[in-house]
Design a protein around this ligand. Structure first.
Ligand SMILES: [Fe+2]
Length: 191
C-alpha cells in the first residue's frame, strides 16, 4: 500500500471555487475539541520538548461539494479547508486519523519552502495501523521515518492516513483542501 499518490490527471479547482474556499471560516470538523490534550500536545525531538501545531478544518459549501461530486469523487466523508498555524510550531505531530482512511488533498499554501508530509513507523509496531485509532506518538525517538514528500500546490494528491504521519518544517501557515474518504476505490476507475 502506498503512503501517497500525486494525481495530476484530476481536474484543477476553478478559480471561483478556490476563492470561495479561501473565504470559508466555520466550525472545526476535526473532532479535536473532543480530545483536550490535542490543544496542548507536546512533542520531543533531539532532547527538546515543544508544542505541536494543529489544524482547523472548516466545512465547505454544498455548491463546492457538488463540484467535487461531479469532477473528482462522488462519495466522501468530508469536504473541508484546513488551516495549520506556523506560529504555534513547525511540527504537526505524528498521528493516525480518526475520521477517514484516506484523504484527497489540494494544497493552496504549502507551509513554507521545506515543509514536508512525513510518514513514520513506531519502533516495535507494524507500519500499517488501521482502525482509525487516532494514535498520537509524541516522542520522535520512538519513530523511524518511512517516507516523506513535499506535496505540489494546486494539484490533487491522495494520502493514506492509517500510517502514522505528520507535517514538518512548517514555517508559513499551511492551507489545504481535504476530501475525506472511507476507501480509495475510485482510483481504480480513473487510472
Ligand atoms: Fe492526519
Amino acid at each position: 500500500m502506498y503512503c501517497y499518490k500525486i494525481l495530476p490527471h484530476l481536474p484543477s479547482l476553478p478559480d471561483w471555487l478556490q476563492a470561495e474556499a479561501l473565504q470559508t471560516f466555520g466550525t472545526d470538523v476535526t473532532l479535536n475539541v473532543s480530545r483536550p490534550e490535542y490543544a496542548s500536545r507536546m512533542l520531543t525531538k533531539d532532547s527538546e520538548t515543544f508544542l505541536s501545531t494543529r489544524s482547523n478544518r472548516s466545512d465547505l459549501s454544498s455548491e463546492f461539494k457538488q463540484w467535487v461530486k461531479e469532477h473528482i469523487v462522488d462519495t466522501f466523508t468530508e469536504c473541508s479547508i484546513s488551516r495549520t498555524s506556523a506560529e504555534l510550531s513547525a511540527y504537526q505531530g505524528p498521528h493516525t486519523d480518526k475520521t477517514r482512511d484516506f484523504v484527497l488533498m489540494y494544497v493552496f499554501e504549502s507551509g513554507g519552502p521545506d515543509c514536508r508530509t512525513v510518514w513514520y513507523q513506531e519502533k516495535g509496531q507494524p507500519f500499517y495501523r488501521p482502525g482509525r485509532q487516532w494514535l498520537m506518538i509524541n516522542d520522535f525517538a520512538q519513530l523511524d521515518v518511512i517516507e516523506q514528500v513535499q506535496l505540489p500546490k494546486n494539484t490533487w494528491s491522495i494520502i493514506n492516513t492509517q500510517y502514522l504521519h505528520g507535517v514538518e518544517n512548517i514555517t508559513e501557515d499551511r492551507i489545504c483542501l481535504h476530501i475525506g474518504l472511507d476507501s480509495d476505490d475510485f482510483l481504480k476507475e480513473i487510472q
